[in-house]
Structure formats: C-alpha cells, structure tokens
Design a binder for this molecule. Sequence first.
Ligand SMILES: [Zn+2]
Ligand SMILES: [Zn+2]
Length: 298
Amino acid sequence: MTDGFDKRITKIKDNVYHIYDSVDAFYSLIVGTKYALLIDSGYGFSNVHDIVKTITDLPIMIVNTHGHIDHTQGNKSFDEIMIHKQDCGIYKRHSSLAFRLAVYLNIRKFVPKQQRNLKNYFKRHKTTINAIEDGDVIDIGDNMVEVILTPGHTKGSICLLDKKHRILFSGDSFSSHVWLCLKESATIPEYIKTTVKMMSRMSEFDKILTSHSLAVFKPSLLPKIKHCAENLSLIKSREYYAVPVGKTLIYKEGFEEITRRYGYRNFNEFLHHAHEVPVTEISDIEFTSIVYTKDKLA
Ligand SMILES: [Zn+2]
Ligand SMILES: [Zn+2]
C-alpha cells in the first residue's frame, strides 16, 4: 500500500480498531471468532477491503450506521452490506454518480493526493443491500453486536452495541457535535426520545466511539447531549453555516471550558484548530452542540 493507511489504524482494545478514512471520517472494525464486523466504510477513496484484510483474515460483514456518503462508499469493495431499512433511500441517493461527483468537487482539496484514488471513488456499486431493523443482533462468533435504532441525525440512523467490549459505536447519532439540520433529520423532540432510549442502556457500555473523531467518549455524553437538546431555544442559538446545508443554527453547552483552556471564542475557530487539541481532552471537555434548523423545533 502506498497511501500510508497503516498509520491511520488505531487499536482501541484487543480486536477493536478505529480507522481514519479521509476528511474527518472514521470507520471501525470489531474482530470476532467467526467474522469481523466493519462499521461504516468512509468516502471510498481507498479500497477498504484491502485495508481491513491487513488486520484480519476472517470473512467480513459490513453494517452502515446510516446512509450518508462519508459512511457508505467504501461498501463498493464488498458484495453485500447491512443498513437500516429507513436509510436505504438516502444510501441509494448518496451512492449515485451525480451525488458522488458533486461531493468530490467540494472535498477534493481536503484529500491528500496520494489518498485520492479516483478509480475506487467513482467505481460502480454492485453491492447487495440487506435491510436491518431495531433489535437485530449480528453474531460474529464470540460476540453479539446489537442494532439500536436512534432516529435523529437521520431517521434510520443506528448505533451498534458491542456487548463483549462494552463499546457503543454511535455513528453520527451521539457526539459532542450533532447535526439535526438535514432534510432527513428527525425533529428535536424525536431526538430527545432517542437519547432517553439510549440512556436506558447506559449500564451496558463504558465507551462511545463516534464516526468523526478519535476521541473515546464516556457514557455521560448521553445525558449531556439530552440536556443540550432540551435546553435548546432560538433565542440561545447562533447562526451557523453548515456545508452543504447553508444557513442553520447552533446551540452549545459547556463551550466556556474550551474558551478557558484554549482561547477559542466560537465553534468555527475551535473547528479550525481542533486538530491541535489532544483527543483525550476533547472527550474530557464537557461540551455539547446541536446544529439544527427552525423546522426541527416541533
Ligand atoms: Zn451523517
Ligand atoms: Zn458523518
């Protein structure tokens, strides 16, 4: 391999890996005794199959946390994938050549040249889609991974609960920066219900791994993001430009700690310098933010 991908693989614990794709997207791998489970697959610039094969020889199952392009396009190097039935439509739209081209033109400057394999990126999809549902369990041998429907970021977003390693893979559903600003996002009251549902399972995991950070969050992220969603109001929010949505709103809690420690006064300034902040500190700072549009309030 020539794109230095091996430096992008982080071992979280034995048999659990978090792998950097590109443009701030990560995917994860849980190695069982019969199968390895790949959670998401990134933008698809690299041949994800070849990367995963450097970690394990086991047959690979692929599950996507939702249908967005930054989580699904590495699927092209596999024969079949699993995704929640509610996100199949988004997945198909984001897999179209026109959509991939539009996104490519936006992100290409952020992808290092040696990682920009356009043959892979624009490869045709021949992958079979298997629709999954809330409560389904993926058996990888010594470990059962449960599918938990978590509507919010998209209506068919799921989290994967790895019961053996006590890790929740939260995709874009739960992190310190949640986007509910998309056409396909659920409303804020629906998202609050989702956080309550996930909080009822908090005794089953010790770590939360998200799709856009190396930071390992504690389960206490969930009550914090719920508090943020419940306290959110138009008057306390600020305008926020979210590519590719355009003008949206952002509501933040706990940002004062980032200002105190690092001096960044607003979220954009923090985002710009986020790579300078140690990942352990990112998971430690009690900071949450929700990006939304007015129509999601009710
Ligand atoms: Zn997403
Ligand atoms: Zn994402």
